[in-house]
Structures are given as structure tokens and as C-alpha cells.
Ligand binder design. Structure first.
Ligand SMILES: Cc1cc2nc3c(=O)[nH]c(=O)nc-3n(C[C@H](O)[C@H](O)[C@H](O)COP(=O)(O)O)c2cc1C
Length: 354
């Protein structure tokens, strides 16, 4: 079937994957209320378009930490992309570079920082940081990220432990033998076979579970790279993150995979944006599937959005070409949405959304 929009990807991808991998990608925590709400909250917002503007051409480019990107969409970090396609993260890297935007590589990617860099020398690469209990290990990952020219770090703070994803528990989620955590050395690069989700057991065993603002300070003191704090939904947490050394705020509820019944990200964005008050760039993710969603996020205070699952589904459907198709569909939709709203660049006012 010809894919015409990002909402069609999930169904098309399902037949291309094992059910264990599909369930891992698709699921949210508990009753998946936040997972659905991320999406539905966008659909309840209206765009109050303007007319007779005399405008024709539109500019979608923007800048994040001095990096120019061709549109306000970047790739969110998602673990284990090789579960979707044998080239996994390498295919995402090529497609995001071709699209002129940023890829965020997960700490627990199935491909290493060095492999991604070797295959995509010019890619604008960010690295998502999960802090390990072993500080030496976190530091080593940080140095490797710097060595391959990563341009920003996203410290994920919404995962003191893994949310309860019941499909993964039921499936005893684990990785096939040929897929490992590419950034980690032997012994730390596989998931334990456990009674429930193997990923949940890994996180409990390995990650620093009591992350605090002092850990953000620690990171700040060990790198000069810009740091975004990913997983912010509360305005006060945004303010405190900036006070403790963050350079950017990533509004996210982990795609509804952590605290169920936490609010839809688009609904908390205006309050976070008010708190940040232009002091730092804001990224938003969670349920972004349409060009109109992107325009709504921009109007409510985001500088750019990130997409998670659509990239995974695209990889499963057609690897690098699939990701390219998805990014170009979204680009065309953003362009159309902006044009029909009556604007020619990303500077859209808040009262566009109501
Ligand atoms: C399968 C999967 C794996 C993910 N892995 C990570 C990860 O390793 N690190 C992280 O910070 N976020 C991770 N996320 C969260 C995404 O970065 C992002 O916040 C979320 O997918 C955005 O929502 P969307 O999928 O509706 O676009 C993951 C999400 C999914 C669906």
C-alpha cells in the first residue's frame, strides 16, 4: 500500500516485524492512556488561520544550538532500531542527514556511536544519555560521543526505572542473538533473560535510579556540549533544569511509555514555554504525526519537534528509503499547514491555536 501519511505507517509495519518487536515499539505504560492522549490532544486543538496575507513562499529552516536544520523536525532517540531493519540506526542516520536534520542516537542503540559516525561523516548527531550507576561508564560514553563529534546531549530524566509495559512483560521481551547494545562492551551489551521484560531488568540493574539535579550538574561539569533535559512536563522542572546547567528543554513523556495518565505533551507545552520564557530552545515529542501537529507545537512554544515511532515503522517498511519518505511527507505537510494558516516561516503566533 502507498503510504500517504505518518498515521498509516504503524499498520503497514506490523506485518514486517516479529510480534515481540512490534509490541515493544507500539506499547505504552499500563492502560496506554497517555500514549493515546499524546495523539488525541493534538486533534482537539484548532488552527485559527489567517487569509489575504499575500504570501507565497515558505521557509522551514531553523537553528538549534547554532546548527541549521532544514525543517523543525528531528529524530528522537529510540533503542534497538535493528529490531525494525538490519541496517537500523545506520539507515536512520543516512535518511536524516539527507533530509538535512538531526538524529539523536540512544545510549541503548543497537549500533555504536563510532559505526554511525563512520557511515555518516556529515550527520548532525546528538547523543541521548542514560546515566549508569557506574559513573566511569557514563563518562566513557560521554568522551566517545565527544570524540565522534556529537553536537548536543539529551539527558533522559523520566526513567528512574522502566514504566510497566504489559506487552513486554507478557512477551518476556529480549533481544535476538544478533542484536546487542552497540555502545556497550561485552557483558553489558545484552538484556538478561528474566521473568518479565528483559529491558526492565537491565534498567533496574544498570541505570542510576536516583537521578537528581546534582547529576545534571555533574554532567554539566564534565562536558562543554549543550545539554537538553529530556522528559520534562512540569514548568518548575524546566526552570530548575536551566538553573542547574541545562541549555535546552525537551518536553516529553517518553511517548506514553513511563507514567501513564501523565498529561499529553502538547497540553503542557504552553506552561513550560512560559516558564522558559525564551531562555533556551524547546523540543517537543509525543504523538507528532501531522504537519498541523508541528505547526501547533511551534505556535505553543516549541522550536522543533521530535518523532519516535514513525521512524521505527518506516525502517521496518523500507529501511533508509522508508525514513526518507516519512521525513519528506512530514516536510510537505508542514509546508502546506503553514501556507494554509497564512504564514511564510516558523514564527507563528500563539493565538493561531485555540
Ligand atoms: C521503541 C521506543 C524506544 C525508545 N527508546 C528511547 C531511548 O532509548 N531513550 C530515550 O530517551 N527515549 C526513548 N524513547 C522515547 C522517544 O525518544 C520519544 O520520546 C517518543 O518515542 C516520542 O513519541 P512518539 O513515538 O509518539 O513520536 C523510545 C520510544 C520508543 C517508542
Amino acid at each position: 500500500m502507498e503510504i500517504l501519511n505518518l498515521l498509516e505507517l504503524e499498520a503497514a509495519a506490523q506485518s514486517k516485524m516479529t510480534s515481540m518487536a512490534f509490541d515493544y515499539y507500539v506499547s505504552g505504560a499500563d492502560d496506554e492512556i497517555t500514549l493515546r492522549e499524546n495523539r488525541e490532544a493534538f486533534t482537539r486543538l484548532a488552527l485559527h488561520y489567517r487569509v489575504l496575507t499575500g504570501l507565497t513562499d515558505r521557509k522551514l529552516e531553523t537553528t538549534l544550538f547554532g546548527q541549521k536544520i532544514s525543517m523543525p523536525v528531528i529524530a528522537a532517540p529510540t533503542a534497538f532500531q535493528r529490531l525494525a531493519h538490519e541496517k537500523g540506526e545506520l539507515a536512520t542516520a543516512v535518511a536524516t542527514q539527507k533530509a538535512g536534520t538531526i538524529m539523536t542516537l540512544s545510549t541503548i542503540a543497537s549500533t555504536s556511536l563510532e559505526e554511525v559516525r563512520a557511515s555518516s561523516p556529515d550527520l548532525d548527531l546528538w547523543f541521548q544519555v542514560y546515566m549508569y550507576k557506574d559513573q566511569g561508564l557514563t563518562l566513557e560514553l560521554l568522551r566517545r560521543a565527544e570524540a565522534v563529534g556529537v553536537k548536543a546531549l539529551a539527558l533522559t530524566v523520566d526513567t528512574p526505572f522502566l514504566g510497566r509495559r504489559e506487552r513486554d512483560i507478557r512477551n518476556r521481551f529480549s533481544l535476538p542473538d544478533n542484536i546487542v547494545l552497540g555502545n556497550l562492551m561485552r557483558g553489558l551489551n545484552t538484556l538478561p533473560t528474566s521473568a518479565g521484560s528483559g529491558l526492565s531488568a537491565y534498567v533496574k540493574e544498570m541505570f542510576k535510579l536516583n537521578l537528581a539535579f546534582t547529576d545534571l550538574e555533574w554532567l554539566r561539569n564534565h562536558t562543554n556540549l549543550p545539554i537538553l533535559v529530556k522528559g520534562i512536563c512540569h514548568p518548575q522542572d524546566a526552570i530548575q533544569s536551566l538553573e542547574h546547567g541545562a541549555n535546552g528543554i525537551w518536553v516529553s513523556n517518553h511517548g506514553g511509555r513511563q507514567l501513564d495518565t501523565s498529561p499529553a505533551t502538547i497540553n503542557v507545552l504552553p506552561r513550560v514555554a512560559d516558564a522558559v520564557a525564551g531562555a533556551a530552545p524547546i523540543i517537543l515529542d509525543g504523538g507528532v504525526r501531522r504537519g498541523t501537529d508541528v505547526v501547533k507545537a511551534l505556535a505553543l512554544g516549541a522550536n522543533a519537534v521530535a518523532i519516535g515511532r514513525p521512524i521505527l515503522w518506516s525502517l521496518a517498511i523500507d529501511g533508509e528509503a522508508g525514513v526518507t519518505n516519512t521525513l519528506e511527507l512530514l516536510r510537505a505537510e508542514i509546508d502546506a499547514a503553514l501556507g494554509l494558516c497564512g504564514y511564510s516561516d516558523l514564527q507563528v503566533p500563539r493565538d493561531l491555536v485555540g
